[in-house]
Design a protein around this ligand. Structure first.
Ligand code: HEC
Ligand code: HEC
Ligand code: HEC
Ligand code: HEC
Length: 181
């Protein structure tokens, strides 16, 4: 054992490493949640926790079962692809029990402006206005039916009023012609 004569410090050093590793394992045992790594690099229990949260959005198909008149109007207009809860907010409570939960109607001054306030960051062919300038403070729904926003469109048929379609042979409106929408 002569060759180990001067190796004592190496063993002490290795011992320190082993000790540090054991402490690491103990601390890790305490701080890493039990279900971590059960399925992947996350806490397995989160799946159950998230699934247990109450559902807030009903989904537009559910609304459409009852509000057939609204869907009919909406499908004829430019908001056909904007879903109910994008404007009305989460309404699963109402959909589950319409008799006791009556939803508050959205404030159009806030709602419409959220999507339609003009901004250079929005695509050019997306309809946008300066709300204050455009409406002069008059509520948007005075002139626009939220479910079919084209002014003057007949909500029941989507038909435009004669004035808008009369054969004046005006240049086609660049906003509505050419299928840009
Ligand atoms: C099971 C049928 C049913 C479903 C599903 C349903 N509603 Fe209703 N909803 C009703 C009834 C009935 C009323 C009228 C109740 C009232 O006036 O208190 C109503 C009223 C409303 C109102 C008007 C409240 C008012 O002040 O006039 C809004 C807005 C509305 N629902 C939106 C929705 C949306 C959005 C969904 C989908 C998340 C939805 N509803 C799903 C039956 C339903
Ligand atoms: C672009 C936004 C928008 C979308 C999309 C939308 N709504 Fe509305 N809805 C409104 C606003 C704003 C009002 C309130 C109008 C008012 O105050 O006169 C309203 C009113 C209503 C009302 C009550 C009065 C009425 O006009 O019948 C019902 C019911 C309703 N919405 C259901 C729905 C359902 C169901 C859908 C999906 C099929 C839907 N809405 C999609 C904005 C929207
Ligand atoms: C969630 C976003 C969203 C909200 C909220 C919203 N809109 Fe729209 N709106 C759209 C989209 C998407 C279109 C169709 C694409 C386009 O016109 O560029 C549209 C189209 C329109 C148009 C163009 C109609 C046409 O014939 O060219 C008008 C006007 C309009 N919306 C008014 C409103 C009013 C008024 C409200 C509030 C009641 C509202 N919008 C709320 C997304 C929204
Ligand atoms: C006094 C009636 C009136 C009121 C109030 C009104 N609008 Fe309009 N809006 C119109 C008319 C008419 C048009 C179509 C002619 C035009 O493009 O100016 C229009 C067009 C639009 C367009 C399409 C613009 C484009 O270039 O494609 C949007 C978006 C719009 N309105 C949003 C709103 C919003 C949001 C509000 C509420 C803050 C509102 N409007 C209030 C009458 C009104």
């Amino acid at each position: 054992m002569k060759f180990l004569k001067d190796a004592g410090h190496l063993f002490r050093f290795a011992g320190l490493f082993v000790l540090a590793f054991l402490i690491f394992l103990v601390v890790r045992g305490y701080v890493v949640p039990k279900t971590f790594g059960e399925y992947g690099h996350y806490r397995g229990a989160t799946i159950v926790e998230i699934a247990a949260r109450p559902v807030k959005y009903a989904g537009h198909q559910v609304c459409e079962n009852c509000h057939t008149d609204v869907v009919a109007a909406k499908n004829l207009g430019q908001h056909a692809h904007v879903n109910c809860e994008a404007c009305h907010g989460p309404l699963a409570n109402h959909a589950n029990d319409p008799a006791s939960v009556t939803p508050a109607l959205p404030d159009t001054a806030v709602l419409c402006a959220r999507c339609h306030t003009a901004s250079a960051a929005k695509p050019k062919n997306f309809s946008q206005v300066d709300p204050a300038d455009h409406s002069g403070g008059v509520p948007c729904q005075t002139c626009h039916n939220p479910h079919n926003p084209t002014p003057g469109a007949d909500p029941a048929t989507g038909a435009m009023p004669p004035a808008a379609t009369a054969g004046t042979h005006a240049a086609p409106d660049p906003k509505t012609a050419g299928g840009a929408k």
